[in-house]
Design a protein around this ligand. Structure first.
Ligand SMILES: [Zn+2]
Length: 97
């Protein structure tokens, strides 16, 4: 009799624990609705706001967001362009003298 009572109590308890674990996994897997995603203005991929840099651009005070990869890409392009220009100037200076 005692075993039967323990059995009756344990089955719902075990089911409840399993349901808790399953529902917790589901909420972990689903994207957190509190995290606001924003699109990068260059690559159009979505990132959480704290991974993006916000910049006010143009006369209409429009705010654009940029991701780290795109900022790095722009920096590399700028660096390559400046280096190329400096090289050209050195060549023309050498040719003039
Ligand atoms: Zn980007």
């Amino acid at each position: 009799m005692l075993f039967f009572i323990i059995w009756i109590v344990c089955i719902p308890l075990v089911i409840w624990i399993i349901l808790r674990i399953v529902s917790r996994r589901k909420t972990d897997a689903a994207a957190d609705p509190d995290i606001q995603l924003e699109e990068c203005a260059i690559c159009h991929e979505e990132f959480p706001m704290d991974a993006l840099l916000e910049k006010e651009i143009g006369g209409y005070s429009r705010i654009y967001c940029f991701c780290g990869d795109c900022i790095e890409q722009l920096r590399l392009e700028h660096q390559a362009k400046v280096a190329h220009k400096a090289e050209e100037e050195q060549i023309s200076e050498a040719a003039n003298s």
